[in-house]
Design a protein around this ligand. Structure first.
Ligand SMILES: [Zn+2]
Length: 165
């Protein structure tokens, strides 16, 4: 039975890789992160997306899936850290992450390092919605519904790696 379980999880892993393969994402920064926050954002997003086969390129091209960093979410989604829009069952290629709600959530833990890294974790979650065309959430891992401030601020990326189970 052990080998069956191993086969199943390998199958899921392979399908996850196939989903993301060939997809390029980039950041359109409308907030203007400082260079330190941007460096931690870039490093963290690269780290989380690589295992699911997605390439992160800091500079946007026409073909790349764009993550737009804005100051505030729309009023109806006030407090949201990020949004992916859907049309019916389809997740659209417009992904947003929001700076001010993150600063507020991190509170005294907010620094260039933690803000950049935490925004990257939320960005990776929104990319996951698009790559997997997943409208719902998982119990744990990258696609969980809510992230704790302590996890977002932590230098441990493990809670944000994909957990398909
Ligand atoms: Zn979500």
């Amino acid at each position: 039975m052990k080998s069956l379980a191993a086969k199943i999880s390998l199958g899921l892993l392979l399908s996850a890789v196939a989903y993301g393969e060939g997809t390029e994402v980039c950041l359109s920064d409308r907030v203007g992160l400082n260079s330190h926050a941007r460096a931690t954002f870039d490093a963290e997003l690269l780290k989380i997306l690589k295992p699911i086969g997605v390439t992160y390129r800091p500079a946007c091209t026409e073909e790349a899936l764009r993550i737009v960093l804005l100051h505030q979410p729309p009023t109806v989604y006030s407090g949201s850290l990020g949004l992916a829009y859907r049309h019916g069952d389809r997740i659209l290629a417009g992904l947003n992450v929001y700076f001010q709600p993150m600063v507020k959530l991190l509170g005294p833990q907010a620094s260039a390092t933690t803000i950049g890294r935490a925004l990257a974790r939320v960005a990776a979650h929104e990319v996951g919605h698009y790559i997997f065309q997943q409208t719902g959430h998982d119990e744990r891992g990258l696609m969980r519904e809510k992230f704790h401030a302590a996890h977002l601020a932590s230098d441990d990326s493990t809670p944000f790696l994909l957990a398909k189970n």
